[in-house]
Design a protein around this ligand. Structure first.
Ligand code: NOJ
Ligand code: CA
Ligand code: CA
Length: 720
């Protein structure tokens, strides 16, 4: 390419409205900001429920969008590439349960921005300024619930300023759905969740918050339009709140609509604090096959092992099992601190807490998955007043010169150049109570993380790296490798990161963004060894290539004839073909469907598996109080399908019941024992509304009627 062409391409990339959004998330680091507690860029919007002294943790403290824009250079100095902002939508204008909605999770209007935080212009400016610094903006979005149902504004809901309903008004419109037994209108009206499983988990109020009925077509499109506003104004992704409390089938349709705009990085919060093989954990993995989740289940054990007691050997085993169950372990998100859990430094009570914090921070940045840094972790932010929510949300202290900031900056940099850190596998080479070594590999790139929390020790390991002396990225410690053996000295409370990069001359797929798709959608393929050009095949069909470089390919998904859940994606370049990566495929034209079957004398835990991509993975059914089993799934509209019934529990092999049931895609589908006589055909002609006078149909009908009347009268007269 000539110099002019290079310059022009660069200019085009920089000017493109979503440049930066098409970056591979695995190469980056997310920085989580609680907007109200970060930086006050505009004291003019602080009015109401505001505490200028920052003493009352339940009031607004002044942080806003303009404040984040002002601090973008600071964020850039940490090397982060994505900022996740707590919800920006307009929240209730009242106190509820003794708190102002400074946190952003009590929305009243999904089309507007909270006035304490700014407006759409401020948001666009933030996106634009962030993009100039290679940072993109991810917004927390809350489609599970609006504000508190029984306090504050009582679930009042607005559509760009116009009131739609509130929880009490909505009660009057609510009725019991005959197939699910759920009382619903705009909201669900089934009390609060007190049994944390089954129907309640998704159809009752989470901590008294007005729970949306996402299957109500108005709610469905309102929540989609609200999310589209963020996407349309330049967000590169969304963090979806409380996904555990919504039907995955609705979320799948919601995500597909958003993905049809462009490749977005959407991830969910599935609240589950343990790696025990519960139904909950099974559901988390099921979610993760569609969309990434935050790695909550491992967080407590990491904090315990570094901040209190616990063996690295146990942790290593547990993490290996945990990650091995994901199809996309590298797309899930690791975090040490968050706005919902006690900050590590507020929890750990040890003389060496800060050293252990450094180790745990570096670990969460080197495990499989995308790291999330909670604001203030780089400056050792803690609360002197308390521990958990709301005390884990103190006002930000800016300091990017600390050891923690150095760890973040260095490992954020290494993710961009070391493919093993971004996309590699995960294998423990050695572990005992206080020493742990794990290796990650991707093609020719390697990463070795070694750590010691006990007495100083000399570690010798079998390591298949070229002979030489390697330097740790964080502190410059040395490791000698010779004849397949590595030796490194580990002082007490040390963690070192060794890395090896060699040319990648085979095409290797490390990442698909997003990994769920339908025909026509753009998907970004991240990896290595792609060369300058080549071809991409999806489910055996060639995909249109929109852009190509050695590490990123942007393609459009072709239509694939399949009834499988997953299709293979392969890259061909220079006569070589990559190993396949899996894409979760949807047939397209999907609607969120309530699928029900009469329970009859069926009992136990039932699942369905169907003959279309959308239903190819087993889906558990819920049992209603009105004699049905049901679930929600995306279904191609007006398309006939069949399902087979299975019985069994999560984690177990499902037992086929040898029953096949039939349906046709639509918003509510009651399955039948017999195939539909004639599957509802797609309308072949478009009915156009023409003003009366130009449409001949009524006149033809009228003429026919008059002719018939005349014929009858003529006959009568002739007879008489
Ligand atoms: C999870 C959020 O992270 C938490 O802060 C919030 O209060 C609940 N969801 C309810 O929205
Ligand atoms: Ca302010
Ligand atoms: Ca819900």
């Amino acid at each position: 390419m000539g110099r002019l062409a290079v310059v022009l391409t660069l200019v085009l990339v920089l000017l493109s409205p979503f440049a930066g959004a098409y970056r591979v998330p695995e190469r980056g680091v997310v920085y989580q900001i609680m907007v109200d507690r970060f930086y006050d860029g505009n004291p003019g919007n602080n009015d109401r429920f505001y505490d200028s002294g920052h003493r009352n943790y339940r009031l607004y403290w002044g942080g806003d969008i303009e404040g984040i824009t002002e601090k973008l250079d600071y964020l850039g100095s940490l090397g982060v590439s994505m900022v996740w902002l707590t919800p920006l939508n307009d929240n209730i204008n009242k106190m509820a349960h003794g708190s102002a909605p400074y946190h952003g999770y009590w929305t009243r209007d999904y089309k507007r921005i909270e006035e304490h935080f700014g407006d759409w212009n401020d948001f666009r400016k933030l996106v634009e300024e962030a993009r100039k610094r290679g940072i993109c903006v991810i917004v927390d979005y809350v489609p599970n619930h609006a504000g508190p149902a029984t306090d504050g504004e009582f679930g009042a809901l607005y559509d760009n300023g116009t009131k739609v309903t509130d929880y009490y008004e909505d009660t009057r419109n609510a009725s019991v759905n005959p197939t699910t037994g759920i009382r619903e209108a705009v909201y669900h009206h089934n009390g609060n969740i007190f049994r944390w499983e089954g129907i309640q988990l998704k159809y009752a109020n989470l901590y008294g918050l007005a729970d949306f009925n996402q299957l109500n077509p108005w709610v469905d499109s309102y929540l989609t339009e609200g999310a589209r506003l963020f996407v349309g104004n330049g967000a590169c992704g969304l963090r979806i709140d409380a996904v555990k409390h919504m039907e995955l089938g609705w979320l799948e349709t919601f995500y597909l609509r958003l993905y049809s705009e462009r490749p977005l990085f959407i991830y969910g919060e599935y609240y589950s604090l343990s790696t025990e093989g519960t139904k909950d954990l099974h559901e988390l993995y099921r979610y993760s096959n569609v969309s990434p989740v935050l790695n909550m289940p491992i967080r407590e054990d990491i904090v315990r092992t570094f901040g209190f007691v616990g063996s690295f050997e146990t942790l290593a085993r547990e993490l290996e099992v945990y990650y091995s169950r994901f199809l996309y372990p590298n797309k899930e998100l690791n975090f040490l601190d968050s706005h919902d859990l006690v900050r590590f430094l507020n929890a750990a009570k040890r003389d060496d807490s800060v050293e252990r914090f450094h180790m745990a921070l570096a670990l969460t940045m080197t495990l499989p998955g995308i790291p999330v840094i909670y604001y203030g972790d780089e400056s050792y932010l803690v609360s002197p007043d308390g521990k958990g929510d709301p005390y884990n949300r103190p006002m930000m202290v800016f300091n990017n010169t600390t050891e923690a900031a150095g760890i973040i900056r260095t490992l954020a940099g290494l993710r961009k150049t070391n493919d093993a850190l971004a996309f590699g596998d995960f294998r423990t080479l050695y572990a005992n109570y206080s020493v742990w070594a794990f290796e990650r590999t991707f093609g020719t790139h390697r990463l070795l993380v070694v750590m010691n929390k006990g007495s100083p020790s000399n570690l010798t390991l079998g390591l298949d790296w070229p002979d030489g002396v390697y330097r740790d990225a964080l502190y410059g410690a040395e490791m000698a490798v010779g004849n397949g053996k590595a030796t490194v000295f580990l002082p007490r409370n040390s963690l070192y990161v060794f890395h090896l990069e060699r040319p990648q001359d085979e095409p290797l797929i490390g990442s698909l963004t997003p990994y769920a798709a339908q025909a026509g959608q753009e998907v970004l393929i991240g990896g290595a060894g792609f060369g300058n050009a080549g071809r991409v095949f999806i489910g055996g069909k060639e995909a249109e290539v929109l852009s190509w470089n050695s590490t990123e390919i942007l393609i459009r998904v072709p239509k694939v004839e399949t009834s499988a859940a997953w299709v293979n994606v392969t890259v061909e370049t220079g006569g070589k073909r990559s190993a396949p990566a899996k894409l979760r495929y949807y047939s397209g034209n999907d609607v969120p469907a309530l699928i029900a079957l009469e329970a009859g004398n069926l009992t136990g835990e039932l699942w369905i598996v169907g003959n279309i991509s959308e239903l190819a993975e087993p889906r558990p059914l819920l049992k209603s109080s009105t004699g049905y089993y049901f679930t929600v799934a995306p279904l191609p509209n007006r398309t006939a399908f069949s399902v087979r019934l299975y019985r069994g529990s999560a984690w177990e092999k499902l037992e086929p019941l040898n029953v096949t049931l039939y349906g046709v895609g639509g918003r509510t589908v009651v399955l039948t024992r017999k195939p539909p006589e004639t599957p509802a055909p797609e309308p072949t002609t478009t009915i156009v509304h023409r003003p009366i006078g130009t449409n001949p149909a009524p006149y033809i009908a009228l003429a026919a009627l008059l002719l018939a009347v005349a014929a009858v009268m003529f006959r009568r007269r002739a007879v008489s």
